[in-house]
Design a protein. Structure first.
Length: 132
């Protein structure tokens, strides 16, 4: 029942129960990674939630690994110009900034902005607003 655990993890994270959410996400990821029926995009979504949970716990350095894995999966399966790719790039930028790695953070956030500009147009306010 990975979907039930995933739903529970979403609820736990929303309630600020990050340790509980993280434990459920570890279980879900273990199951999803071994299930050939789970799409890489769904796996990427779960990885982003895991990264978000770690970041909410203040474990920004540890959040980088699931964010990077999610980005790689999304790039491989969705292409460079996709909102999910921009989301993962922006999450990486935030985690890097909170780790004091400002040059890498700036690069990741600019990559996210470039992807959003490609989606919404270079002068579109939606390109920047969606990253906030």
């Amino acid at each position: 029942l990975p979907q039930a655990r995933l739903n529970l993890a979403y609820c736990q994270q929303a309630q600020g129960r990050y340790e509980d959410a993280y434990a459920n996400l570890v279980t879900v990821l273990s199951q999803e990674e071994n299930d050939a029926e789970v799409s890489p995009v769904r796996l990427a979504d779960t990885l982003v939630l895991q990264g978000d949970t770690l970041a909410a716990m203040g474990r920004h350095g540890q959040a980088l690994e699931p964010y990077q894995r999610a980005l790689n999966l999304r790039l491989d399966h969705l292409g460079e110009i996709h909102p999910g790719v921009a989301q993962a790039e922006f999450a990486i930028g935030g985690a890097l900034a909170r780790n004091g790695q400002y040059a890498g953070a700036l690069s990741a956030c600019l990559d996210a902005l470039d992807a959003r500009r490609a989606l919404f147009g270079p002068g579109g306010l939606a390109a920047a607003e969606s990253l906030a």
